[in-house]
Design a protein around this ligand. Structure first.
Ligand code: HEM
Ligand SMILES: CC(C)=CCC/C(C)=C/CC/C(C)=C/COP(=O)(O)OP(=O)(O)O
Length: 303
């Protein structure tokens, strides 16, 4: 625990390590975001990719996303301090001051934006910057505190990376890239609300108007189930528009059956750990779905 002054302000004297800075970037989330960006890059072109765009693109998208995550840690420090899941984060714990965290976020953002401007293209730089502002400012500073539809609207920022990857290679906004964005956009509500059901007391204590707090757990379970059905339909679109082949269709169908099973169980036959299992499966679902898109893309070309 950090020591606190009489005014309850944290004193920044605990030993800080690079791991605390690393933790603020939400590395596992960023890794999955980058996988979706890689898929956007690969699907944008039938052949070899320009390596400078790939490396600088992932570097820039990764740094701007990390910067947004660090800003989220600073803006949310009072909320995070009240929740069991987040109270140990470096800023609420008092290990890193908000000023130092913001300086770190600023450096990440400048280097990330410059890399995209210099080595990729302006379209990608601006779209990535817009996603960063969408998450760090519009979602975190406003929507999260204002409406239970916060993650539905704010989900657009987290869904953007396939488009960012695609535009990093092609310097354009392709409808197929928007389809990949739509998949992540539709996936976000069941992903987050499953966790929010499990953590409802946390959000209620912190006064954050997440759906289970404002509309109850049962309504949220129904919403997870309906969004999962919608997600299953959206996941078929890449095949139906001729963007992918049969390998994707078969794999996506199996993954969708898995997600539907968890969403159905959560609504109609839940145990104490079903919500958390549904949340964890959502991550496996998205990761495997995007790996399938990659496998399908390259096998279609080489077979
Ligand atoms: C507005 C959109 C989103 C919200 C509100 C949201 C919410 C969350 C929350 C609260 C956690 C933390 C769980 C914990 O600390 O135990 C989490 C974890 C995670 N999210 Fe999301 N998420 C969103 C979008 C995304 C996107 C777009 C991706 C990737 C494409 C993603 C990937 C992950 C991963 C991989 C984890 C696990 C992290 C870990 O185990 O440390 N999320 N999400
Ligand atoms: C440039 C770009 C693509 C930016 C998007 C970056 C990004 C990190 C998106 C992920 C969304 C996410 C983890 C939301 C959870 O925030 P929360 O505050 O609800 O969750 P918490 O309580 O765990 O902090």
């Amino acid at each position: 625990m950090s020591s606190k002054t009489l005014t309850n302000k944290p004193m920044y004297k605990a030993r800080v390590s690079w791991r605390d800075y690393y933790e603020m970037t939400k590395p596992k989330v960023i890794l999955l975001l980058l996988l979706t960006a890689v898929v956007g890059m690969c699907l944008s072109s039938p052949g070899a990719l320009p390596w400078v765009n790939v490396i600088a693109g992932l570097f820039g998208i990764g740094l701007l996303s990390s910067s947004a995550a660090v800003i989220n840690h600073v803006v949310d420090r009072q909320i995070d301090a009240k929740m069991a899941r987040t109270h140990n984060r470096p800023v609420p714990r008092g290990k890193i001051s908000p000023q130092h965290a913001l300086a770190f976020a600023f450096v990440l953002a400048i280097i990330g934006y410059a890399a995209l401007e210099i080595w990729v293209n302006r379209l990608t730089a601006l779209l990535t910057l817009a996603s960063m502002v969408g998450y760090a400012v519009i979602y975190t500073m406003y929507l999260k505190r204002a409406t239970p539809q916060n993650i539905v609207i704010g989900g657009l920022a987290g869904a953007a990376p396939p488009l960012l990857g695609w535009s990093a290679i092609s310097d354009s906004i392709h409808p197929h890239a928007l389809l990949l964005v739509l998949i992540i956009y539709t996936w976000t509500p069941p992903h987050f609300w499953a966790l929010a059901i499990h953590r409802e007391k946390d959000y209620s204590k912190a006064g954050v108007p997440m759906l289970p707090v404002t509309h109850g757990i049962d309504f949220t379970k129904t919403s997870v189930f309906l969004y999962t059905i919608l997600l299953c339909i959206v996941c078929l679109l890449p095949y139906l528009v001729g963007m992918t082949g049969i390998i994707y269709l078969l794999g996506a169908t199996l993954l969708n059956i898995g997600f539907l099973y968890y969403a159905w169980k959560l609504k109609f036959d839940a145990d104490a750990d079903t919500a958390m299992k549904t949340f964890k499966f959502s991550i496996v679902h998205l990761m495997l779905l995007f790996l399938l898109l990659l496998i399908d893309h390259y096998l279609k070309i080489t077979l």
